[in-house]
Design a protein around this ligand. Structure first.
Ligand SMILES: Cc1cc2nc3c(=O)[nH]c(=O)nc-3n(C[C@H](O)[C@H](O)[C@H](O)COP(=O)(O)OP(=O)(O)OC[C@H]3O[C@@H](n4cnc5c(N)ncnc54)[C@H](O)[C@@H]3O)c2cc1C
Ligand code: FES
Ligand code: FES
Length: 467
């Protein structure tokens, strides 16, 4: 028998008996609960008008996009909408007061979304640093007010004491569950693998920041999903002196501290992957699972020599990531397998790692070209090199000719010029609306020239925004 979805909504228990688990949280809030403060702008995770906040028992508050979150995903969680911000006496929340006092709203359509992002930011105790505020707001668009007053309001509420997140009132679910006909929510690896074997037609779903668009933008919700986000073996993050290991269903927000400690060059790169709303639910496993040629993580993971642990009822196997992508959106994942985790070596002393994302817009945009490079240089000779590129072929790919042009060669501009020339041997990209083939090749070649400058002249700005 199917289970009912239960979660905490604005401090009260909510039970979903009358809606499909594939309904978006936004549609349910508006159509079934009449909570119309949460708006629909784009219905694809881009504008932030639908922002609500997840409140966790450990005090974390995370902004997410309700338009692409499915109801089944929020089972057991605690959700706060803009209607849940006022005090028990009905007084507006200090974040709302700050927005009003800064004249940070005109037509008001985007305002509830901004208020919820500001609430999560204020509750996180983050500083009034313009970069941090920019990051907190990158997932929210306003068409009429202008961002200056909104930033002013954010500055006022930074670090403001916010009451600790109240304990969820919905019962805590410990076992696996099934919602509706086919929203499977396993809570153990054994249950996940059995479900995967029994339902090869079901879509694996982690954060749904890709799959949720089927329900929102396309209005064709999946018929069956297996939600992997509650399986402890898939959310674990760990490592030892030599490697780090990240569960496929750990969110970007959860994995970020470990990734940045191991590979500091990822700081800007990760900050430009989606927005906070996307990174609070999206996962690296999902990014690999889409097998998109323009996903941001595969180039990085290829350069870092990542390997995947793939699990099924038949057992576990390890596969280097560069053997995973077989063709356009085609992977080596067997129908009964799931990606359990990924693992990559830490940087050895003397190794350097850099990565670049070139996109039409700085924030909230998919790459046109992405490149990542791990190098070991000793006594002026490039002793080791691994690359990963996206946006240049049907799959994310290492650049074999580029690597040959660099391996064992002196670290000089001429070597990198030869590597830049070799890009044409490795890739035959296509023209599309993000960029022509010629543009993509030119960008990749220039990224290699920039890589030389980056290493040769540390501290010298090499990015447009730093000049
Ligand atoms: C507004 C917006 C901005 C975005 N910006 C970026 C960006 O800048 N860069 C970028 O790369 N992407 C971006 N994305 C795409 C998306 O957020 C990422 O691909 C994300 O990593 C997907 O993770 P997820 O957990 O949400 O995947 P889901 O949507 O849950 O799943 C995606 C795919 O992975 C498969 N999958 C999930 N988990 C597993 C598993 N354990 N084993 C096997 N297969 C699995 C699913 O079956 C599905 O095919 C953006 C999306 C939106 C909506
Ligand atoms: S409606 Fe635009 S992000 Fe959800
Ligand atoms: S106030 Fe009108 S869109 Fe922001």
């Amino acid at each position: 028998m199917a289970d009912n979805i239960r979660f905490t909504l604005n401090d009260r228990p909510a039970e979903v008996g009358d809606a499909s688990p594939m309904t978006t949280l936004l549609d349910w809030l508006r159509d079934h609960r009449g909570l119309k403060g949460t708006k629909e702008g784009c219905a694809e995770g881009d504008c932030g008008a639908c922002t609500v906040v997840l409140e966790h028992g450990d005090g974390r508050r995370e902004a997410i996009n309700a338009c692409i979150a499915l109801l089944g995903q929020v089972d057991g969680l605690s959700v706060r909408t803009v209607e849940g911000l006022a005090g028990s006496d009905g007084a507006p929340h200090p974040v709302q007061i700050a927005m009003a006092e800064a004249d940070a709203t005109q037509c008001g359509f985007c305002t509830p979304g901004f208020v919820m992002s500001a609430y999560a930011f204020a509750a996180g105790g983050e500083p009034a640093d313009p970069d941090v505020i920019h990051d907190a707001l990158a997932g929210n668009l306003c068409r009429c007010t202008g961002y200056r007053p909104i930033v002013e309001a954010m500055t006022k509420v930074a670090g403001m004491p916010v009451a600790p997140a109240p304990a969820p009132v919905a019962p805590v679910r410990t076992g696996s569950a099934v919602f509706g006909d086919a929203f499977f929510a396993p809570r153990s690896l054994a249950d996940l693998l059995k479900l995967r074997a029994a339902h090869p037609e079901a879509l694996l779903m982690a954060g749904a920041t890709d799959l949720g668009l089927l329900a929102s933008r396309s209005r064709r919700p999946p018929a069956a999903v297996i939600h992997v986000a509650h399986v402890p073996e898939l959310t674990a993050i760990g490592g030892d002196k030599e490697r780090i290991t990240i569960g496929a269903a750990a969110t970007y927000a959860e994995a970020q501290p470990v990734l940045l400690a191991a590979y500091p060059a990822l700081k800007t790169y990760l900050a430009r992957l989606g927005s906070r709303q996307i990174r609070n639910l999206g996962t690296i496993g999902g990014n690999i699972g889409t097998a998109s040629p323009i996903g941001d993580m595969p180039p990085v993971l290829l350069a870092l020599e990542a390997s995947l642990t793939l699990a099924s009822v038949r057992g576990v196997r390890r596969l280097p990531l560069d053997a995973f992508f077989l063709g356009y959106r085609k992977t080596a994942l067997a129908p009964d397998e799931v990606i359990q985790s990924l693992s990559m070596p830490r940087l050895w002393p003397g190794e350097v790692f850099f990565c670049d994302k070139v996109s039409k817009r700085r924030d909230q945009d998919i790459s046109t070209v992405a490149g990542a490079y791990r190098l070991r240089i000793k006594d002026g000779i490039i002793e080791g090199i691994r690359t990963g590129f996206g946006g240049l072929a049907a799959t994310p790919k290492r650049a074999a000719s580029v690597e040959r042009a660099l391996q064992g060669q002196p670290f000089t501009p001429a070597t990198f010029e030869a590597a830049a020339e070799a890009v044409k041997e490795d890739f035959q990209p296509i023209d599309d609306w993000r960029g022509t083939a010629a543009y993509r090749l030119a960008v990749a070649a220039n990224l290699l020239r920039r890589l030389y400058r980056r290493i040769a002249e540390p501290g010298r700005p090499v990015e447009v925004e730093a000049l």
